[in-house]
Design a protein around this ligand. Structure first.
Ligand SMILES: [Ca+2]
Ligand SMILES: [Ca+2]
Length: 210
């Protein structure tokens, strides 16, 4: 009996769990989006797809949601929904870790509108974070960068990462595989180019792994 249970447990790994009713809310944050002083609700939801425990041995293995996602912005009971997948460069699918997480909301480009970021697998050394902004109406747009896949490569490997703000943008830490050092990047928003660019870099040699 014990052997049978072990076999069943083994077989269940890598298969979709029991279906959860859609949409599934992955995370939700209260933040004032339209500047009226009242908190609004920003949610990330999966509208189609599955929850799966990926047992393949790679840096993206684990319990995750994979499929089609939206961001919902609820302002005084009025909901605006923006599809997320189409805001990304073409990919096979988006996925997010199933474990509880917080959406990193901040004003990364200092224009007074709330922004947030979402991470997707980049490499074992980090995830690629795309930045998005929320109009006062609740509509969401991508804030492109000059980085890989129009995002920011960061040593974090979570669904969303809090980038420390700087005077003109935000700070990011990534691992340079070629030079085997951590690099600190200062990202700034360039209005004329309509994207974030790296304004300064610094090798964070004191953080070199030894
Ligand atoms: Ca509000
Ligand atoms: Ca902003």
């Amino acid at each position: 009996m014990k052997a049978l249970l072990s076999l069943l447990a083994l077989l269940s790994v890598g298969y979709a769990r029991a279906e959860e009713p859609l949409p599934v809310t992955l995370t939700e944050v209260r933040v004032d989006v339209n500047g009226d002083g009242l908190p609004d609700i920003v949610s990330i939801r999966m509208t189609a797809g599955r929850r799966t425990n990926d047992a393949e041995p790679w840096c993206g293995m684990g319990d995750k949601y994979e499929g089609t996602f939206v961001v919902s912005v609820n302002i005084l009971g009025v909901e605006t929904v923006t599809e997320l997948n189409s805001l990304y460069p073409p990919r096979t699918a988006l996925w997010f870790w199933a474990a509880p997480w917080s959406l990193a909301v901040s004003d990364y480009n200092h224009d007074g509108l709330i922004d947030f970021n979402l991470g997707q697998y980049g490499a074992c050394q980090g995830w690629i974070y795309s930045l998005f902004t929320i109009e006062r109406s609740g509509k969401v747009h991508l804030l492109p960068t000059t980085g890989a896949f129009g995002g920011v490569f960061n040593g974090d490997r979570g669904n969303s990462s809090f980038f420390p703000l700087t005077r003109r943008g935000f700070r990011n830490l990534r691992f340079d595989q070629t030079k085997q050092v951590y690099v600190e990047e200062q990202w700034e928003w360039k209005q004329q180019q309509n994207r974030f660019v790296v304004a300064h870099t610094r090798h964070a040699s004191e953080l070199d792994p030894k």
